[in-house]
Design a protein around this ligand. Structure first.
Ligand code: G16
Ligand code: MG
Length: 212
């Protein structure tokens, strides 16, 4: 018996991956590290610190903890400069309709994003007030693929894991939803999110009737 939806932000509600890419790419260039669009795909739904570890690879040993922290801050500054220009036009096609339909059906709705910028992004999109709870990169210690953020969000909206559906665009997010023992719905290609319970190509294709 489904009572609520726990929704990822980047990749389901809005598409910030290009902005993340531009931020990481600029940092990588400054550090003399090669970083392609393809490399960026590995960072989908992955926390900021884990993303930097992946970007640095073996070169991580060349940096102190302070330098690592400084690079995370530098990338975040580049990323945030893109957020200033964001508005409700940046909602992905079908996102507004999805939120309206969940609400009309009287179901609970929470955001569970790995991003520490999630509240700012939601404000820019002008949808902060739509949700019963917002879990972000500050809410839990262990990021996706750990189930913690989804379990935290479920608790916040007063539901048991088996009463929740997770909507996710990242491999790590589907892994986390499965680990949380929730219904895992992938948004994106088979090779990325095909291991969930259901899959749709894009947000606009999500069929709530089918899931429910
Ligand atoms: C998002 C993005 C990731 C990003 C992460 C952390 O996760 O998909 O690429 O690395 O947030 O973002 P920040 O640096 O803003 O804390 P999600 O879970 O919303 O897809
Ligand atoms: Mg995502």
């Amino acid at each position: 018996n489904i009572k609520g939806f726990i929704i990822d932000l980047d990749g389901v509600i809005t598409e910030t991956s290009e902005y993340h890419f531009q931020g990481w790419k600029r940092l990588a260039e400054e550090e003399g590290i090669e970083f392609t669009r393809e490399d960026n795909e590995q960072l989908r739904g992955v926390s900021r610190s884990r993303s930097l570890e992946i970007l640095l690879g073996d070169k991580i040993d060349d940096y102190s903890d302070e330098e690592f922290q400084e690079m995370m801050d530098r990338k975040n500054g580049y990323y945030q400069s893109f957020l200033d220009d964001m508005d409700d036009d940046d909602l992905l096609p079908g996102a507004r309709e999805l939120l309206d339909e969940i609400k009309e059906r009287g179901l609970k709705m929470a955001i569970a994003s790995s991003s520490r910028n999630a509240k700012r992004v939601l404000n820019s999109l002008d949808i902060s007030d739509e949700f019963d709870a917002i879990a972000d990169g500050h809410s839990v210690e262990d990021a996706k693929p750990a189930p913690d953020i989804f379990l935290h969000a479920a608790k916040e909206i007063g539901l048991k894991p088996e009463e929740c559906v997770v909507l996710e665009d990242a491999e790590s997010g589907i892994d986390a939803a499965i680990a949380a023992e929730m219904i895992a719905v992938g948004v994106g290609p088979e090779e990325r999110v095909g291991h969930g319970d259901y899959r749709f190509d894009s947000t606009a294709d999500i069929d709530l009737e089918k899931i429910l």
